[in-house]
Design a protein around this ligand. Structure first.
Ligand code: UD1
Length: 452
């Protein structure tokens, strides 16, 4: 099994360039199916295993894809299959979002229900209810969603009970080629939604209001392939910001966007870290030899503090001066990693939907296992600050969302390396195979059920 090894104690200094946003890319890859003519060229696509699985999904639907150095070419003109099998959907929840575009194009789709996930319940009821409001007849049988709309989808007024990121981007894409106007209220306001809307508009679609609670989509056909650049990954930016903070370091994060990172930078500043944005990125500088302040954090939908950042901040707060409280409102079981941090000497526990972290003077290196994408990254960061060697397993999760994680950290001075047999889903294997998608059968079972 491949693992990441760190020897903690080095102050990180230098510059890191961000990759493209994982969540925006996945939403856009599903939305790309609404382009009925021509090629779509996406640039700044991160080389991560979630993108690999999504490309494989598109291939299986009859959509050729070609990946070359962070550029992905897709041609959805000949989208044929109406069937997205469980073997693919179980790899990654975001792939469920092919349902709406296929249904909108052909009037029929059959897509497996995504499985559970150990960060909490992740149902798809908002997705299905929204499509029903647009005229789809939906049945769920034998683990598959079967949807019919023989006369096509039509615009509707859809209210989301919770501003779900996945449901908002899914319904927005389906509505882009439905007949008439769709209005989504209580929509997710995440930057990934804004990117997805801009992408649909680049195809010739008519989406307005993305980034606010009300999104209006005027359906139009046919949409045509376009060129589109993916924004930088704000969660990756936050991860490297914490890498600077936890090591008393000073890192310039090239590509970081202030508008995406305000909720994160505000908490870094509360913790006593200096954060400075300019047009090209963000500088994060911690005071050397001085402990960070404890802070209170509440993970909520954007523009609140991102749930994806809470494990990363928890790692940092284990060493802060005082007691920090992190309240999670999006996923109820997102604290599994605390047990692993405790194995490194952290003083932390859960109380209901909150983590209570009492800062300690030092962490000590230990073998630890990541349980999901962000948890695994958090453990690596803790290892950078711990005394002695830390050994982190769970890289099949890490590879879902971080491109060249070890290389980027060692580039700013971290004592970090990766060793052992690569996992079959390792994106580096993908790169070596010339960027062609690795058959999904090569991806191990334990990669299923955990996005984030
Ligand atoms: C997306 C992101 C993930 C991030 C999460 C929250 C991707 C691939 N993943 O996940 O990184 O952690 O947003 O910002 O973009 N819900 C329902 N019914 C539904 C849909 C959602 O009850 O039909 C609930 C979920 O259980 C959860 C909440 O809504 O409690 C948020 O889910 P959602 O925003 O949809 O998350 P994802 O799109 O899965």
């Amino acid at each position: 099994m491949e693992k990441i090894y760190t020897v903690g104690g080095r102050r990180l200094e230098g510059e890191i360039a961000l990759s493209g946003s994982k969540n925006a890319t996945l939403a856009i890859l599903a939305a790309a199916l609404v382009a009925e003519e021509g090629q779509t060229l996406l640039t700044n696509v991160p080389m991560i295993s979630d993108v690999m699985v999504m490309s494989e999904m598109l291939e299986q639907l009859g959509v050729p894809t070609r990946f070359d150095r962070n550029t992905l070419l897709i041609d959805a003109t000949n989208l044929q299959a109406h069937d997205a099998p469980y073997e693919l959907i179980k790899q990654m929840r975001a792939s469920f979002n092919v349902l709406g575009p296929i249904l909108a194009r052909f009037g029929a789709a059959r897509v497996a229900l995504p499985g559970g996930c150990d960060i909490g319940a992740r149902p798809v009821d908002f997705h299905l209810k929204g499509l029903e409001q647009m005229g789809a007849k939906i049945t769920v049988e034998h683990g598959y969603v079967e949807a019919f709309a023989p006369n096509g989808l039509r615009g509707a007024d859809i209210y989301l009970e919770f501003p779900s990121v996945g449901a908002t981007s899914h319904l927005m894409a389906a509505a882009a080629i439905a007949k008439g106007t769709t209005r989504i209220t209580n929509a997710a306001e995440e930057p990934d939604i804004i990117s997805c809307a801009k992408f649909i508009n680049a195809l010739g679609g008519k989406v307005s209001g993305a980034g606010t609670k009300t999104i209006i989509i005027e359906g139009s056909r046919p949409l045509k392939g376009a060129r589109f650049a993916i924004d930088s990954d704000r969660i990756e930016a936050g991860t490297f910001a914490v890498a600077a903070a936890i090591t008393g370091g000073d890192i310039y994060i090239r590509g970081a966007l202030e508008a995406h990172l305000e909720p994160v930078s505000a908490k870094l500043i509360d913790a006593g870290v200096q954060v400075q944005f300019d047009v090209d990125g963000m500088r994060v500088k911690a005071k050397t030899g001085q402990r960070l302040n404890a802070v209170a954090i509440r993970a909520t939908p954007f523009p609140g503090f991102p749930t994806d950042m809470q494990p990363i901040f928890a790692a940092m707060l284990t060493l802060a001066d005082g007691t920090s409280i992190i309240t999670e409102t999006v996923y109820e079981r997102r604290f599994k990693y605390l047990n692993e941090l405790a194995r490194m000497g952290a003083d932390c526990k859960t109380e209901g939907n909150a983590a209570v972290i009492v800062g300690v003077d030092r962490l000590t290196g230990a073998p630890v296992a990541g349980s999901d994408l962000r948890a695994t990254a958090a453990l690596v960061l803790a290892g950078l600050a711990a005394s002695g060697q830390t050994e982190v397993s769970g890289l099949q999760f890490l590879d879902r969302g971080y491109e060249a994680f070890v290389e980027k950290l060692s580039g700013v001075g971290a004592d970090i390396w990766r060793a052992g047999e690569p996992e079959p889903g390792d994106p580096q294997l993908w790169a070596r195979s010339g960027g062609r998608a690795i058959p999904v059968s090569a991806v191990t079972e334990d990669q299923a059920f955990c996005s984030g």
